[in-house]
Design a protein around this ligand. Structure first.
Ligand SMILES: [Zn+2]
Ligand SMILES: [Zn+2]
Length: 350
């Protein structure tokens, strides 16, 4: 391992290369040594402690693509990650030894959308781990200081990666405008659906119905705030006058059926990855009852709230983590949620 020049206050020897999980194509992930970008004045060097497997990582691994984004060159996977800062650039203020979670969005920060605060919608923005931008499944990463959030002692970096999906849930509930006393339907009992359930409960929802087609997953839902579960493969969706639908499964039928349970002037929020075009959405029903149909894409300014919810215990972050694998076993980690559907959040540890 070679080293780069000393930064004041940093360790004497900093790595200039690192081991990473590099996706070369569908079903072809390799642990390789990659050069590290030199530390710029506003960068921090993070020694990773946890990386979370997300549905998008599983799609890239299985198919070499996720939605419209296709892998065209070897790319380090991973957009959920936390670790310890071990060195900071001359203009960065986070001290070495600080535990941080990395917010993976890389917006331009200059366009009207970014300046309005909705940086998740930046037309030229990218994201760590979204090919061709290298991601976080590496022993070390150099990232802009603006991309890190300091973790309090209550959230060790070893589980800090799970803050990212919690930020997705925080933004989903924000977009859904869940209020105290609401009756909320959540379709999909995966990690996002169950985190949404916890955040909705923290927001004061008094009735939370979680649906899925897998009984084992549904069995976990009460622990995450669900007051009732329905397996829609075997039982009718016998709900009326719900205040909110938060669709977390990506399933078009779940969205269409969920909308039909809503009360006049209610709100439906699409969080699960949507198909490019969709038939079967009851548009006339939406209009007749002025039901708002909105979408959520990643998150904007949601990490601070996610960190507060997890550190206060309002959200039980450790319970969402069901398996951990070392970096060398990245391939097993990427398939674990398929092999065992009761796996919620699978972490890579370093
Ligand atoms: Zn994710
Ligand atoms: Zn922008």
């Amino acid at each position: 391992m070679t080293t780069q020049t000393l930064t004041p206050g940093a360790r004497t020897e900093l790595p200039t290369s690192t081991e990473a999980a590099v996706l070369h194509g569908a079903l072809d992930i390799r642990i390789e040594n990659k050069p590290l970008r030199p530390l710029g004045p506003t960068d921090v060097l993070v020694e990773m402690r946890s990386g979370g497997i997300c549905g998008s990582d599983m799609h890239y691994y299985a198919d070499g693509r996720n939605g419209t984004n296709v892998l065209t060159q070897p790319t380090v996977l991973g957009h959920e990650g936390a670790g310890m800062v071990i060195a900071a650039g001359s203009d960065a203020s986070v001290a070495a030894g600080t535990a941080v979670v990395i917010e993976p969005a890389l917006p331009c920060r200059e366009c009207p959308t970014c300046l309005s605060g909705r940086y998740n919608l930046c037309p030229s923005g990218t994201c760590f781990g979204s090919p061709p931008t290298d991601g976080l499944f590496a022993r070390h990463v150099v990232v802009p200081e603006a991309a890190v959030h300091v973790l309090p002692a209550a959230i060790p970096a070893e589980i800090g990666a799970a803050i990212e999906p919690l930020a997705v849930a925080v933004w989903a509930v924000e977009r859904a405008q869940v209020r105290a006393g609401h009756r909320v339907l959540i379709t999909g009992a995966g990690p996002i659906g169950l985190l949404v359930s916890q955040v909705a409960a923290a927001n004061g929802a008094t009735e939370i119905v979680v649906t899925d087609v897998n009984d084992d997953r549904l069995a976990l839902a009460p622990r995450f705030g669900a007051t009732r579960t329905i397996n829609t493969a075997t039982a009718p969706l016998d709900l009326t006058n719900m205040d909110r639908l938060i669709e977390c499964s990506g399933n078009t039928h779940a969205l269409a059926a969920g909308i039909q349970t809503l009360a006049p002037a209610a709100r439906a929020t699409v969080v699960g990855q949507a198909r490019p075009t969709v038939d079967g959405i009851p548009l006339g029903f939406l209009q007749r009852y002025e039901i708002d149909l909105v979408t959520a894409f990643r998150y904007a300014n949601a990490f601070p709230t996610a960190i507060k919810l997890a550190s206060s215990g309002a959200v039980d972050l450790p319970s969402i983590i069901t398996a951990t694998y070392p970096l060398e076993s990245a391939e097993a980690a990427l398939t674990a949620p398929i092999t065992d559907p009761t796996n919620l959040k699978v972490l890579i540890t370093f």
